[in-house]
Design a protein around this ligand. Structure first.
Ligand SMILES: *Cc1c(COP(=O)(O)O)cnc(C)c1O
Length: 459
């Protein structure tokens, strides 16, 4: 008999979960103004809000924590991290930061000025926030195929090279501080970017004399997809693939809370010492001295170990197969989602489910609230709330897709939890016709409103 697939790790520490009743959840979500970010985690049974910082660290990472060197300058932990970053990415220069958006802040403070243009593939929300806050523009050049959730193609996160070249051609190079390539493409559904596409983007960057920045949070998952889907990479080690990927870039920003499987941390890394030095002042001002930049020595130690574990094939296979497993369960129930299943999450196609809720009433958010009420599962909206208002016209932006992201934390839940999630979603799906109204905003911030927005039922 062929042996079935099994996880490549076992469990050493557990944390108990709290169940709740539907009546309790009705009260809590009303008090939370229908914003899932406002819920206490104790009110959540399965938390799929994000895969960021929510992973389970290994015994080796916890051991590394004990060995952290807390010296203010020149700590061993800094050098351990430097070595690990170089091994995994090939970048020799780096600045530690407290998380990914801090890496963006440090880098963008040095390179972006008002009116600049940064083309890319569906910039991440904090990335877009940092660009627009500086009165610069994030131009999305993702391939159009990414908008068709039913289409199964291997690299749905790719940049459309024609769209990119148009932007590069029609703007002066001084106005383009970098192309921002996000791997995997989170907003398009955790979809990977092919090596061929990375090479194409790098060739255009070179042709027009523009720098290439890789927003790298899920670079290891992206490498797994390259290995398993792209010709010529089957026999390569994950780390050979990650080093090749970064060899085409001038710099990277990293949220270590994703593929480096730590609870906090980030960094910016550079090909040249000169580019790094331009950012030093912003690190010292905002993050801390250059050899810790917002992290404790123990954090850098755990990160150094996590980068290595996160780029092991067996771990990645376990991780990505769990997401696929959830996708297959949803297939059984006929629930539409961005296909194929992404690396870190399933993105449920809310528009195809709640067909009666108008887009002005936040379709994906409405589905998220229903899923919480059904089973205590917390997910996150990737739709009109996240899209914010246009910075110039202040009008609501309605993206082509209204997605509900079910982000799977790393090494945390079992496949029984996946079964539970799929069943809960099926129950909501079965009563979809009865859900006709959504929510309206009562309070919002001017940028990244989705974190703090307050809503009430639309009547
Ligand atoms: C999470 C993330 C960020 C921001 O990182 P934080 O650690 O949350 O500050 C930036 N880009 C991408 C692609 C991310 O996934």
């Amino acid at each position: 008999m062929k042996l079935p697939f099994a996880e490549s790790y076992k469990i050493k520490t557990v944390e108990n979960l709290k169940r709740s009743t539907r009546a309790e959840r009705e009260r809590w979500i009303t008090e939370a103004k229908y914003n899932l970010f406002n819920l206490k985690s104790d009110y959540v049974f399965i938390d799929l809000l994000t895969d960021s910082g929510t992973g389970a660290m290994s015994d080796k990472q916890w051991a590394a924590i004990m060995e952290g060197d807390e010296s203010y300058a020149g700590a061993r932990s800094y050098y351990a991290l430097k070595e690990s970053i170089e091994e995994v990415t090939g970048f020799r220069y780096f600045i530690p930061t407290h998380q990914g958006r801090a890496a963006e802040n440090v880098l963008f403070s040095a390179i972006i000025k008002e009116g600049d243009i940064l083309p890319g593939n569906s910039h991440f929300d904090t990335t877009k926030g940092h660009i627009e806050f500086r009165k610069a523009y994030a131009i999305d050049c993702t391939i159009d195929e990414a908008k068709d959730t039913e289409l199964e193609i291997p690299f749905k996160g790719n940049i459309d090279l024609d769209k990119l070249e148009n932007v590069l051609k029609s703007n002066p190079v001084e106005k383009i501080p970098a192309i921002v390539l996000t791997v995997t493409n989170n907003t398009a559904g955790g979809q990977p970017v092919s090596m061929a596409n990375v090479k194409g983007v790098a060739a255009l960057a070179k042709k027009y004399g523009v720098k290439l920045l890789i927003d790298s949070a899920r670079f290891a998952e992206n490498a797994y997809f390259i290995k398993t889907r792209e010709d010529g990479y089957q026999d390569k080690e994950i780390r050979e693939i990650t080093r090749e990927l970064f060899s085409y870039a001038d710099m990277m920003t990293m949220s270590s809370k994703k593929d480096a499987i730590v609870n906090i941390g980030g960094f910016v890394a550079f090909r040249t010492e000169e580019d790094m030095q331009k950012c030093h002042m912003y690190c010292i001002m905002n993050e801390g001295y250059l050899t810790y930049g917002g992290q404790a020595g123990r954090d850098m130690n755990a990160l150094a170990q996590g980068l290595r574990e996160g780029t092991e094939f067996d771990y990645l296979e376990t991780r990505i197969r769990q997401v696929e497993y959830l996708g297959k369960k949803l297939d059984e129930y006929g629930i539409p989602y961005q296909r194929p299943a992404g690396g870190h999450a399933i993105f449920v196609d809310a528009k195809k489910i709640l067909t009666k809720v108008p887009k002005e009433e936040f379709i994906a958010q409405t589905l998220g609230v229903e899923l919480y009420l059904e089973a205590g599962i917390r997910s996150v909206e990737i739709g009109a709330l996240l899209a914010d208002r246009d910075p110039v016209t202040k009008e609501n932006r309605y993206p082509a897709l209204e997605l509900l992201r079910l982000a799977i934390p790393r090494r945390v839940y079992t496949n029984n939890h996946m079964d539970y999630i799929a069943a809960a979603l099926k129950n909501v799906y079965d009563r979809r016709e009865s859900i006709t109204r959504g929510y309206v905003i009562t309070k919002e911030l001017p940028i990244m409103r989705h974190f703090t927005v307050e809503l009430e039922k639309a009547e």
